[in-house]
Design a protein around this ligand. Structure first.
Ligand code: FES
Ligand SMILES: [Fe+2]
Length: 352
């Protein structure tokens, strides 16, 4: 198979590069060093010295240039070797640099053909900025699973009814998992917009789950619950979940915008960046702490172990080769895989 290169990936959080910080991270199989150049803008270099392949991330950064810690070659932000203590800094010593853009508190990197690095195609995660900073809950997980298994988890939110059944339950639900009622009785509406996918789950005129019931003016009255995801082929997803009283305008909804970015590290491992905000209980610090604990527990102790267990079961066989059973809840994940495969095929056919 392989991994897309002609795509914007989340490489890290913008503030990981604060105060002289650096990031050494493998992204889609490429070792990358991220740091801030002299003007403060982010720079990204192939994290491998051309001499003996030492990681440049073990070296030193001075005035926006990186010096290899092994035998002292120095590179500028464009990857040009600007100093060779043992001879001439010839162009054969240059290394690859990458386009990197800072936007919506993320660092976005383009690993493929630089000619295709159009900043207009950077995923839009601006909805996160619309909510107050004190509501932010964010984190990073390193998962031993293929990034598409991680993406499935967000594109099919029906798993919350089961895997997160304590947190996402209906008030009157039984403890018996065989009696669980799905939050969304119908499959989502899925729409392709260019290479993106819009996925909308809706439950109208229904009893809301307990956590949402508490946020409604009339908890006993019917409500509409919604979950909307925009998936980008680099694995970044913008998610909006919320609730509003049935018959009332969506502008009165209690909602939570979130980013879930599943950046492939390799074909079997994933960097998972998540950031969640909300428009309700914005100054309730006790609620904030409790929500953070619940979310971190859900992502780290419920989602991640399940997805890693899936990966182990697959034991290096490809997902499709195992002929997965297709359920109505899989419509979005299946479409995302089709788009991904189409882009990958077209990228690889150009490369060969
Ligand atoms: S490995 Fe970098 S200078 Fe020798
Ligand atoms: Fe989950």
């Amino acid at each position: 198979m392989g991994l897309l290169k002609n795509i914007w990936y989340v490489a890290g959080w913008s503030d990981e590069l604060a105060d002289g910080g650096t990031i050494a991270r493998i992204i889609a199989g490429e070792p990358i060093l991220l740091y801030r150049a002299e003007d403060g803008s982010p720079a990204a270099l192939h994290d491998e010295c051309p001499h003996r392949f030492a990681p440049l991330s073990s070296g030193w950064i001075k005035q926006g240039k990186v010096q290899c810690a092994y035998h002292g070659l120095i590179f500028d932000r464009r990857g040009r070797c600007v100093h060779n203590p043992h001879g001439t800094a010839v162009s054969a010593l240059d290394i690859r640099s990458y386009d990197v853009v800072e936007r919506d508190d993320f660092l976005w990197i383009w690993l493929g053909d630089p000619a295709g690095a159009d900043i207009m195609s950077i995923p839009d995660m601006s909805m996160l900025a619309s909510q107050p900073d004190q509501t932010l809950i964010r984190g990073y997980l390193h998962a031993a699973a293929h990034h598409q298994l991680m993406v499935d988890n967000i594109l099919d939110l029906s798993h919350a009814d089961y895997l997160h059944k304590e947190a996402a339950r209906f008030a009157d639900s039984s403890d018996d998992p065989s009696l669980i009622t799905p939050r969304y009785p119908n499959p989502p509406k899925v729409e392709e917009i260019g290479d993106r996918l819009s996925v909308k789950w809706l439950s109208e005129r229904a009893t809301p789950i307990e956590i949402w019931q508490r946020e409604l003016p009339d908890p006993s009255a019917d409500a509409d619950m919604f979950s909307e995801v925009v998936w980008y082929p680099g694995g970044a997803m913008a998610l909006l979940t919320g609730v509003n009283q049935s018959g009332k305008d969506r502008s009165a909804a209690a909602f939570s915008p979130a980013v879930h970015a599943m950046t492939p590290e390799t074909e079997e491992t994933t960097h998972y960046f998540y950031a969640v905000k909300r428009n309700y209980r914005v100054d309730d610090t006790a609620y904030h702490e409790q929500l953070a604990t619940t979310l971190v527990d859900a992502f780290s102790n419920q989602d991640q172990p399940m997805i890693e267990a899936q990966q182990r079961r697959m034991a290096r066989q490809s997902f499709m080769a195992k002929k997965p059973a297709l359920l109505s809840i899989d419509v979005a994940a299946a479409r995302a895989r089709r788009i991904y495969d189409r882009l990958l095929l077209s990228e690889q056919s150009v490369a060969t």
